[in-house]
Design a protein around this ligand. Structure first.
Ligand SMILES: [Zn+2]
Length: 422
């Protein structure tokens, strides 16, 4: 083909040609040795899209928001060469390093060095590598009507330190993006890395060809939501098993958490946990809420609302004995949260013992204790906090093995509680 006959540049690529990801981009990429004893030996996670030859992972930064970044570039609003100015963005509190950070099996779904890249990979950044934080740590005050109510009823008393007279609780919070070490993730789920990579490739519609073509890349930045943690008290105390730790691991439920829907116990349980965390921190302990973006048991909100309709329209109405069956009819499974990766965030915080786990989930309990963290007391949601329409959910869950200090409902009991009709 003569130069004159060259095809016009593809509109989708400002560079004029599509840059394939299916073969090695060059030899400029830094090595990445998961779980190595020092950050220098571990190497930085480089998911930049500007310099292909520097990349040492599959996928890109910001989880699902990477797609919005692409839209901003496509719309001409963002230069693809933009490099973050990280001045004054460093963590407000010191977290780690802890021994778990250099154990390649203890943490496989986040980068333990993700908040400290500007420090520990300063040389790489000075050499021109686009190394971005995957964790950010800051401070905040949180103000909740349920906490105000607890103060009014004298269940909580402001101390000017953890809880201010205004009703605001002082917290340290961190946002964490997923960074998956694929061999470790495969091991957690008991499948081969080859099968995991192929299924991730196929079930995302072929979104990341490198999963199947670049077996030299072990780390994947998946396009999913991450997690947020809220710490009440001194973050460094989380790693001291002698300091009382009150903790809840909570999975996102937009309908209840934000909008106050009464079909489940998510927000009441979350705010009860925050109250417990505040009280724990006030008596010299520390509190933690780890919030994962796994909406509707990670089935997504569309599936969740379809299930609500199926539950409320079925013959006999919404009852606990049919609770899981209706979910399975629509989604094919009862639950897709798979708590296998959840304990990673606890290991990132150096946690070895949770004195009071504010959760009734047997799956979360088993995942936490199975990962080597001791759990003392389990704190269930007080009966008076269960909305009337959520009794169906609580009965179904306790019958299925969720922790309860009370009686486990039997087959006849499960038919009793009736959810409201549509
Ligand atoms: Zn909910």
């Amino acid at each position: 083909m003569s130069p004159d006959a060259a095809p016009p540049p593809a509109r989708s690529s400002p560079g004029g040609h599509i840059r394939l990801t299916s073969h090695s981009g060059g030899t400029d990429a830094p090595g990445l040795c998961w779980g190595a004893p020092t950050p220098e030996q571990r190497g930085p996670v480089v998911g930049t899209t500007t310099t292909r030859g520097h990349r040492n992972v599959v996928g890109t930064h910001s989880g699902a928001y990477g797609v919005y970044r692409a839209l901003a570039v496509a719309a001409g609003k963002l230069s693809r060469e933009h490099r973050a100015d990280l001045t004054n963005t460093s963590p407000t509190d010191v977290i780690g390093p802890y021994p778990q950070w250099t154990d390649p099996e203890a943490i496989v779904s986040l980068d333990p060095w993700g908040a400290l890249v500007a420090d520990v990979f300063a040389r790489h950044i000075a050499d021109g590598l686009d190394v971005r934080p995957t964790i950010a740590v800051t401070k905040a005050q949180v103000i909740l009507p349920e906490v105000h109510d607890a103060i009014a009823k004298a269940r909580l008393i402001p101390d000017g330190r953890v809880l201010l007279a205004t009703g605001a609780a002082q917290v340290t919070k961190a946002a964490i993006e997923p960074v998956w070490y694929l061999p470790g993730v495969a091991q957690r789920f008991g499948c081969s890395e080859t099968d995991l990579r192929r299924v991730l490739f196929e079930e995302t519609g072929g979104m990341y060809p490198e999963l199947v073509t670049r077996s030299d890349l072990d780390v994947f930045l998946p396009p999913i939501g991450g997690q947020t943690i809220y710490i009440f008290g001194d973050p460094r105390a989380l790693a001291d098993p002698a300091v009382e730790l009150t903790a809840r691991v909570h999975d996102e439920c937009n309908g209840s958490d934000v909008f106050g829907s009464d079909i489940c116990t998510c927000r009441p349980y979350l705010t009860h946990a925050i109250e417990e965390c505040i009280r724990g921190a006030q008596r010299g302990g520390v509190g933690l809420v780890a919030y994962s973006r796994k909406e509707g048991r990670a089935l997504g909100e569309v599936t969740k609302f379809l299930v609500y309709n199926a539950r409320k329209r079925q013959v006999g109405g919404d009852t606990a004995d049919q609770y899981f069956a209706r979910t399975e009819c629509v989604a094919g499974v009862q639950d897709m949260r798979f708590q296998e990766l959840m304990p990673d965030v606890l290991h990132w915080l150096g946690i070895r013992r949770i004195h009071r786990l504010v959760s009734m989930s047997n799956m979360k309990y088993d995942a936490i204790t199975g990962s080597g963290i001791e759990v003392g007391e389990r704190v269930s949601i007080p009966d008076e906090l269960i909305p009337a329409d959520a009794q169906v959910e609580i009965d179904a869950k306790t019958a299925a093995g969720y922790y309860t200090p009370g009686a486990v409902p039997d087959v006849e009991e499960l038919k009793k509680a009736k959810g409201r009709g549509l």
